[in-house]
Design a protein around this ligand. Structure first.
Ligand SMILES: Nc1nc2c(ncn2[C@@H]2O[C@H](COP(=O)(O)OP(=O)(O)O)[C@@H](O)[C@H]2O)c(=O)[nH]1
Ligand SMILES: [Mg+2]
Length: 352
């Protein structure tokens, strides 16, 4: 094909894509679940042309986003996160809310695990028109799982979901990522001491806005003890800081007991969430957290794309294995190795 024909062909295809994407955006905003799925698939694609279309799609959806409450749910595998989200989701749907459930699992590409592959499949919630459930993107996604989940969140908000719940699936770095993309970070705990200590050690407790002792139906006394213990631990954790102005009207981390299986405590949970939102909005912290998250997100994207471009650079790719081997064998300082590769990356492309 002569180059000018090929160019015209590509331009015509781009125009057709733009028209199709505008229609897709419109269907997303009507809350069409298939359109939501299609939009999220587009933004998870690693193809450069898809990425450009995804960016345009997100830009067009952006004015319709930001009104949902974003809740992160974390806790060790088996604590009952999926069950909790299903019970909460049904509770909310029955009260007229529209709920989206997303997952962040940095290991999903490796283990093949996802919320849909989970034991608890949220069957009732997935059957509801007023809910949308999406498994974790694969870890191969350009720019990482967290960035794609944040974008999926925006798509769901534009589609009219007013509560977005993000479940941390993998055990690893997902807690920080989820706390970094939600308005409220909830830590689920089992009614026994060992897990509390684990969460403390890993610094997850510091991230929590609310701690929930789940499976309270199994042993009411143990749940009560766990509640007191966590409340005590939180007091210690937060003591020592200077008393802050207006502390009385500020949100203080709380501990609740629930049973995701029986639904006990879900009502109190939702009331507490409302209280959290009210106090955080009144103090300005709610908006401030989102502002910080947006800026952090921008930098995450910049880092991710730079690294992707770097790895895709032909000369860097060629020199990479040998440089890595030399650094691994201590024949080359890491900084020198990095400089060598960055010099290749920054050099104007060689004309062949
Ligand atoms: N008795 C009881 N079992 C629960 C409760 N919540 C979850 N489970 C059970 O605990 C197991 C793990 O739950 P799941 O929601 O998959 O945990 P996840 O790994 O944190 O998502 C499942 O067998 C659930 O039925 C609860 O409140 N009480
Ligand atoms: Mg789960």
């Amino acid at each position: 094909m002569p180059p000018e024909v090929a160019a015209a062909d590509a331009a015509a295809r781009a125009d057709a894509d733009a028209v199709a994407d505008a229609a897709l955006a419109a269907r997303v905003r009507e809350g069409d679940r298939r359109a939501i799925a299609k939009a999220i698939t587009l933004l998870e694609s690693t193809r450069a042309d898809h990425r450009r279309r995804a960016d345009a799609l997100l830009d067009s959806l952006l004015p319709a986003t930001g009104r949902a409450l974003r809740i992160g749910i974390s806790g060790v595998p088996g604590v009952g996160k999926s069950t909790f989200i299903e019970t909460l989701g049904m509770y909310l749907v029955e009260r007229g809310h529209r709920v989206a459930v997303l997952a962040v699992d940095p290991s999903s590409g490796v283990s093949g695990g996802s919320i849909l592959g989970d034991k608890t499949r949220m069957e009732r919630l997935s059957a509801t028109e007023r809910a949308y459930i999406r498994p974790s993107p694969s870890s191969g996604a350009l720019g990482g799982v967290a960035e794609r989940t944040r974008e999926a969140m925006l798509v769901c908000e534009a589609a009219g979901h007013d509560v977005v719940v993000v479940e941390t699936v993998g055990v690893g770095q997902s807690e920080t990522a989820v706390a970094g993309m939600t308005d409220m970070f909830v830590l689920l705990q089992l009614p026994n001491a060992g897990d509390d200590l684990q969460a403390m050690k890993k610094g997850i407790m510091e991230l929590a806005d609310l701690v929930v002792i789940n499976k309270a139906d199994l042993d009411a006394d143990a749940a009560l003890r766990a509640e007191a213990q966590v409340a005590g631990a939180l007091r210690v954790l937060r003591a020592g800081g200077p008393p802050e102005h207006g502390d009385a009207a500020r949100w203080q981390v709380r501990v609740l007991r629930t049973s995701a299986a029986t639904g006990e405590g879900i009502d109190a949970f939702w009331t507490t969430v409302g209280e959290f939102r009210r106090l955080r909005e009144a103090s300005g912290e709610f908006a401030e957290r989102r502002r910080r998250q947006s800026l952090a997100w921008l930098w995450d994207e910049v880092h991710a794309r730079l690294v992707a471009d770097f790895r895709a650079h032909p000369e860097v790719r060629e020199a990479l294995p040998a440089t890595l081997a030399e650094v691994a064998a201590s024949r080359l300082a890491p900084s020198s190795g990095a400089r060598r590769l960055l010099d290749l990356f920054e050099r104007p492309a060689q004309k062949t």
